[in-house]
Ligand binder design. Structure first.
Ligand SMILES: [Ca+2]
Length: 88
């Protein structure tokens, strides 16, 4: 996040590796499909490729509210995060 309280979509994209998502590894969905779905979670209010602080907060509100019904995707996100921070 920069001094203006905004995050560029590209910065978030760098932290996300769609190839580690289970559905991609199983060939059920394309990396592009997962990537676009992930990005659409963030850039919600004004789709300009920049995540404002309001959009950032909105994401986390939605995220916490939808954990139970969307737990498969959340698990995939955790798996993705783990793999990007591992030494392998
Ligand atoms: Ca935006």
């Amino acid at each position: 996040m920069n001094k203006d309280g905004q995050v560029k979509l590209d910065d978030i994209a760098k932290t996300f590796d769609a190839s580690t998502v289970k559905e991609v590894q199983e060939g059920k969905r394309s990396e592009q499909d997962i990537y676009m779905e992930y990005m659409s979670l963030w850039d919600t209010q004004v789709k300009d490729g920049i995540i404002t602080f309001d959009e950032f907060l909105a994401y986390y509100e939605d995220y916490s509210a939808s954990v139970e019904e969307d737990d498969v995707f959340v698990a995939a996100m955790k798996e993705s995060h783990r793999s990007t921070t591992s030494t392998q």
